[in-house]
Design a protein around this ligand. Structure first.
Ligand SMILES: Nc1ncnc2c1ncn2[C@@H]1O[C@H](COP(=O)(O)OP(=O)(O)OP(=O)(O)O)[C@@H](O)[C@H]1O
Ligand SMILES: [Mg+2]
Length: 263
């Protein structure tokens, strides 16, 4: 997947030991089911599709006994689809399927022929999932209020299911000043543990039904030692502070809040 847009059948033949005849038969079936694009020119080969990647991830998560039942879609982000599911003990869990480049990907398909259906967006989704999982694990293990990460497979991050709502979509927010202060505490804890979210907004602040505040969505987080980390942190705080001041008629000073985090 990393080296080829379309993996040559001949290479799969060499690495898997399956005969070309058998591979052709399987490729036709997988192509019919939309799991791969099987092409014969300019050379014979296979390109994984989004559905194919979803299937790979779900197959591995069920084989590893992480997911036992798959539920409905509970959220659509710019770069992801979020589903609920059940673990083998019947607990609710949340599956975040990365869809990096979804918008431009559709454009690519519309504008070009079938050969270009495969673009490395799938790889970028896999990388984003792995990045978010790594950050969540580090922060969660240090007691920072983020969703509990459970597993990562291909482009899917599995995490605890949160009952509640993001601030941006909540019709009512009880004690918005406390929610803002708790959010800033999370920002400070993350910073102390080496990370700046870099995309903080009311869309990524989650308030649970039992009034826990968490920051979700960490794939773009950067290390605080990176050159632009302080600027990103400043932007995060300003965005959040302005939103809370305006929507809830509060009067927080953004610079003051920033100072409290870095000191
Ligand atoms: N662990 C979770 N439990 C329950 N719902 C969740 C969970 N994580 C995310 N969601 C829901 O899915 C939505 C999208 O999640 P997230 O922000 O992580 O994805 P995204 O693609 O970055 O979205 P956006 O581009 O809108 O920021 C959230 O707004 C939230 O409603
Ligand atoms: Mg988000």
């Amino acid at each position: 997947m990393k080296r080829f847009r379309i993996v040559p059948l001949e290479l799969i033949n060499r690495t898997s030991g399956l005969s070309i005849k058998k591979l052709r038969k399987v490729s036709i079936i997988l192509n019919e089911r939309g799991l791969v694009n099987y092409i014969t020119a300019p050379y014979e080969g296979l390109a994984l599709t989004t559905v194919g990647l979803d299937t790979l991830a779900l197959k591995s998560l069920t084989s590893l006994n992480i997911v036992s039942r798959f539920g409905k879609k509970i959220g659509t982000g710019k770069e992801s689809d979020i589903y609920c599911a059940l673990d083998p003990d019947g607990n609710d869990i949340c599956l975040k399927f990365y869809r990096i480049g979804r918008v431009s990907f559709k454009d690519v398909i519309r504008k070009r022929n079938y050969v270009t259906k495969y673009v490395p967006w799938l790889l970028r989704s896999v990388e984003a999932a792995s990045r978010e999982f790594k950050v969540l694990r580090k922060l969660y293990n240090r007691g920072v209020s983020v969703p509990r990460p459970i597993a990562c497979s291909w482009h899917v991050v599995v995490m605890e299911f949160l009952g509640g709502e993001i601030v941006a979509r909540a019709k009512q927010v009880k004690n918005p000043d406390i929610v803002l202060e708790e959010t800033l505490k999370i920002v400070r804890d993350a910073y102390k543990n080496g990370y700046v979210n870099g995309d903080l907004s009311a869309y990524n602040v989650f308030v649970t039904t039992d009034e826990r505040v968490l920051i979700i969505d960490w794939p773009q987080a950067i290390r605080k030692t990176q050159r632009n980390a302080l600027n990103k942190l400043k932007e995060d705080i300003e965005r959040l502070c302005k939103y809370f001041n305006k929507r809830f008629n509060l009067d927080y000073d953004c610079n003051n809040l920033l100072r409290k985090i870095v000191l």
